[in-house]
Design a protein around this ligand. Structure first.
Ligand SMILES: Cc1ncc(COP(=O)(O)O)c(C=O)c1O
Length: 492
């Protein structure tokens, strides 16, 4: 059994095994002719039921053979140009190469004595991101000496965790004695992790106040001002405003400068959820869309969305690094207080996690290989594509499209010319999405706008073309028409 452990004596075996695994995936990626096979859970489940986990196959080749039927054959492939559903991106090769390195070395980013080097890579990337946000720069010193800024941050498992940690810091900074009085303001298009975080932080069910959006799906700052004033007059405490820079459905960016003004006026923590829009930090043409982000107290960035990084890769950045102390606990067995006094860089002092993957290496390899401009160009391409897709949809009488995209999503619905029943139109769109998924020809997402069912393209693949978009729109129309035709037959 020891031959399965990776060490000095098994390095050659590791080389062969890892190469064999990579070759299979490379073959698979090259041969993928549609994003999904369309298999159902019922069809796939028996394969798993037949596997006895207490009877191992003994060698990796056999396990890889088996993997074909339990995973690789029916996986949903994000690199396919007709995967247009959620905020998943195709990944860049330098980052995938980094995955191989980081999992084999297996550093853990909690303490320096488990992650020498890795800790400094993460710190440099936090500093780099902070300076792109406009928080200032640490003058290239990973230990933070000669710093022009107090900005800091930490890598996390994803946007949900980054938002949770941001709101934890906001709650502690609010210093309210009665947590029932704390209020968080987020737009009605904000991410649901805000509500989840509030619950995890022990806030009341009323704690999150949804601020209406304008026609462009951006938070209405007049409504925010009204709510802040109302809450304050009622003795409630505005703990935080969550501005979204890239809403999940519409990619809309809340008016950051106006929100910053209001936060200052009311003493509320300003958090910018840029999980999706963070790719703009690397764009040479669209960075201005994030103007005002530099006034935030904290920012969520998901490199695994718009920096083309493999899951997981996210970070929380804070303007004042001292606020990260609210996540600090010292344990004699791991990070005793004296280590902080000796300035030993233990990242666990800033993190909600203890054992933590060295995800930062992926972004490091990406920046060292392609540079930030390379990443920004990829994100610009998908934003350009969304603009072209919007024109296509706006000129297509079969479709209603919701807002002109700021980033790379398109929300639309099929509207049959001769059907007036709103319920029927809803059902036709729901059916089209399901039928498309079952066919495996393309994968699209769905959402609701004004209580009606809509479809959504999230464009994060620079390989997707306008021809792909047009073809998928035709497929959707075909499925919707088929549904309506069959419904008419049944009704008559
Ligand atoms: C705006 C926004 N914030 C936060 C998240 C949560 O990120 P994650 O899925 O990485 O936890 C998402 C996910 O789509 C998002 O769109």
């Amino acid at each position: 059994m020891r031959s399965h452990l990776l060490n000095d004596t098994t390095a050659e075996r590791y080389r062969r095994t890892a190469t064999a695994a990579v070759e299979r995936v490379a073959d698979k990626l090259a041969a993928t002719d549609r994003p999904f096979t369309g298999i159902t859970p019922e069809q796939l489940a028996p394969t798993f039921d037949a596997i006895d986990l207490d009877r191992p196959l003994g060698d990796t080749t056999a396990a890889l053979d088996e993997l074909e039927s339990v995973y690789l054959r029916d996986a949903v492939y994000f690199h396919h140009p007709r995967y247009l559903a959620h905020l998943n991106c195709p990944v860049v090769i330098p980052a995938v190469a980094a995955e191989a390195v980081l999992s084999a070395v297996n550093s853990s980013l909690d303490t320096w004595d488990q992650s020498a080097g890795a800790t400094l890579i993460e710190r440099r990337l936090i500093d780099w991101t902070a300076s792109r946000i406009g928080f200032g720069t640490n003058a290239g010193t990973s230990l933070g000496t000669n710093a022009e800024t107090n900005a800091d941050g930490v890598f996390t498992s994803g946007g949900s965790q980054s938002n949770l940690q941001a709101l934890l810091l906001a709650r502690e900074e609010a210093k309210a004695t009665d947590s029932a009085k704390l209020r968080i303001f987020a737009s009605e298009c904000g991410h649901f992790s805000v509500q989840k975080s509030a619950k995890l932080l022990g806030l009341t069910p009323e704690a999150v106040i949804a601020i209406p959006c304008d026609n462009d799906k951006r938070m209405q700052t007049l409504a925010l001002a009204r709510e802040l004033a109302r809450c304050t007059s009622e003795g409630l405490v505005p703990m935080a405003v969550v501005a979204t820079a890239g809403t999940t459905d519409f990619g809309s960016i809340d008016p950051l400068p106006e929100i910053a003004e209001l936060c200052e006026l009311y003493g509320a923590w300003m958090h910018v959820d840029a999980a999706y829009g963070c790719g703009l930090l690397a764009s040479r043409t669209r960075r201005h869309l994030l103007d005002g982000i530099e006034r935030a107290d904290s920012v969520t960035v998901d490199y695994h969305k718009s920096f083309f990084q493999p899951v997981s890769s996210s970070a929380l950045l804070v303007r004042d690094g001292a606020t990260l102390r609210h996540a600090t606990y010292h344990a004699d067995y791991l990070n005793p207080r004296r280590m902080a006094e000796e300035r030993i860089p233990n990242q666990v002092d800033k993190s909600l996690q203890t054992t933590r993957r060295f995800d930062a290496l992926k972004l490091w390899m990406t920046l060292r290989t392609m540079g930030a401009d390379g990443v920004g160009e990829l994100f610009d391409e998908v934003c350009d594509l969304a603009g072209d897709g919007w024109q296509l949809l706006a000129g297509d009488p079969r479709y209603d499209v919701v807002v002109r995209p700021t980033l790379s999503t398109l929300v639309f619905r099929y509207i049959p010319a001769d059907v007036t029943s709103p319920a029927m139109i809803d059902r036709a769109n729901l059916y089209a999405r399901k039928a498309l998924f079952a066919s495996g020809d393309a994968v699209v997402a769905g959402t609701k706008v004004g209580g009606k069912h809509y479809l959504k393209f999230t464009l994060l693949n620079p390989e997707t073309t306008l021809t792909d978009i047009a073809a998928v729109l035709d497929l959707i129309a075909g499925h919707a028409e088929q549904y309506l035709g069959e419904s008419l037959v049944h009704a008559s």
